[in-house]
Design a protein around this ligand. Structure first.
Ligand code: SAH
Ligand code: SF4
Length: 408
């Protein structure tokens, strides 16, 4: 049975243009570098000689202990806490719906407030508990500019990129809800039984193409892996890309997390259709970028994701070609049973076909390649995410804000 907890007053999915014109929020500190925090502190008169110490102190509270209110920072003088609270925002965005799957997977719909003249937008984040790990699947964009034909997110036009703070907020919110702040501030209503594991891994496999929002993703992942904050190991963070070849090298050199490639086809003609970015960066270029990915080794393999589509890419010939193509690249192969969504024409390959395909892959030396679908009943599985947010044209926002039309 699926339980849905609707935390909002109205329709959780409705885009709300009105919220775009609510008064500007206080400047946010989540997502800033330590230097960025220090710069902000200088604006409220924190003396120069204290800036470093104070920004480190805030960093540890926000990212190490999960503070979402300056009042919780008990080793900061009361007056300064009050000034911080009047000047800056470290509150979480609102969770408007939470769903729990029969298999324990949780999906949150998070409402990101309006910013920089852009409308508010809703984004989805998924938590997948397993016996040996807990994986949080986060989004990097609302919608996607790409249109992979088997992906539900691909049917939602890009609404906007997420900021570094909004990417991080998904991890912070999940940790709050799961009571996952070791030694920190634990909410009393943490809903997860002790037997369930908290977040040990983060995957950028939610909505959007992370390498099309490079700077914000980079900043967020560097903060998430910072040893004085959330301390997530870079080896436990995986960035999945559809194949934005020119950014792959930079991802390795500047972010240094694990890489996953949405391969899905072993021939350009088919990949052109399934993953249309292939027309720009065909297989040969993509695989070359993988061969030279900074830091790639047998201990740090690249994951190749391959969605199993009935009668489309699931023949034994495809399996053999897959193995041949990846020769020489330190690789893991992840076969993903296709997760259906309303309106799709694709079907998931039959189980026998998946097993036969996996067998070829196994015999080539790749262990346990099939990914168990999780959270399908709440539309939380790979490729099922989509929110109702739509891009609001700039003129509508201006009009809502009471500004005249340019041509009026
Ligand atoms: N945009 C990035 C990351 C998000 S998608 C990317 O494309 O890599 C995470 C994974 O789910 C990708 O491998 C994607 O191709 C796959 N996926 C998309 N739709 C799917 C579906 N309906 N069923 C199974 N996997 C899907
Ligand atoms: Fe975008 Fe990834 Fe979906 Fe392709 S698979 S449409 S890149 S989210």
């Amino acid at each position: 049975m699926t339980t849905a907890l609707d935390l909002s007053a109205g329709n959780a999915n409705a885009p709300r243009v009105d919220a775009a014109v609510t008064p500007a929020r206080l400047p946010g500190l989540i997502g800033l570098s330590r230097e960025g925090i220090a710069e902000q502190l200088a604006t409220i008169g924190v003396p120069d000689r204290q800036l470093r110490m104070r920004s480190n102190q805030l960093w540890r509270w926000m990212y190490g202990r999960g503070a979402s209110d300056f009042a919780q920072m008990t080793d900061i003088a009361k007056e300064l806490r009050a000034t911080l609270g009047e000047s800056f925002d470290i509150a979480r965005p609102e969770i408007v719906a939470e769903q729990v799957s029969v298999d324990g997977t949780r999906k949150w719909l998070i409402r990101l407030p309006a910013r920089d003249g852009q409308a508010p937008a809703d984004v989805e984040t998924v938590y997948i508990p397993e016996h040996d790990r807990g994986t949080l699947c986060i989004s990097s964009q609302v919608g996607c500019t790409l249109t992979c034909t088997f992906c539900h997110t691909g049917t939602q036009k890009l609404v906007r990129n997420l900021t570094a703070g909004e990417i991080l907020a998904q991890i912070l919110i999940a940790r709050d809800r799961l009571g996952d702040w070791p030694g920190g501030i634990r909410p009393t209503d943490a809903p997860v039984p002790d037997a369930e594991r908290a977040i040990s891994n983060v995957v950028l496999m939610g909505m959007g193409e992370p390498l099309y929002n490079f700077d914000h993703v980079k900043q967020a992942m560097l903060i998430a892996s910072d040893g004085e904050g959330m301390s997530l190991s870079k080896r436990r963070i995986t960035l999945s890309t559809s194949g934005v070849v020119p950014m792959i090298e930079r991802a390795g050199a500047e972010i240094g997390v694990m890489l996953a490639i949405s391969l899905h086809a072993v021939r350009d003609e088919l990949r052109d259709v399934l993953v249309p970015i292939n027309r720009k960066y065909p297989l040969e270029q993509l695989l070359e970028a993988c061969r030279t990915y900074p830091g790639v080794s047998n201990a740090r393999r690249i994951t190749f994701e391959y969605v199993m589509l009935k009668g489309v890419n699931d023949s034994l010939e495809d399996a053999r070609e897959l193995v041949r193509l990846l020769k020489g690249i330190p690789a893991k192969i992840n076969l993903i049973p296709f997760n259906p969504w309303p309106g799709t024409d694709y079907e998931c390959s039959d189980w026998d076909t998946i097993e036969a395909f996996a067998d070829v892959v196994n015999r080539a030396g790749y262990a346990s390649p099939v990914r168990t679908p999780r959270g399908r009943d709440i539309m939380a599985a790979c490729g099922q995410l989509k929110s109702a947010s739509e891009r609001v044209p700039a003129w509508k926002l201006r009009e809502a804000a009471g500004e005249p039309r340019a041509n009026a």
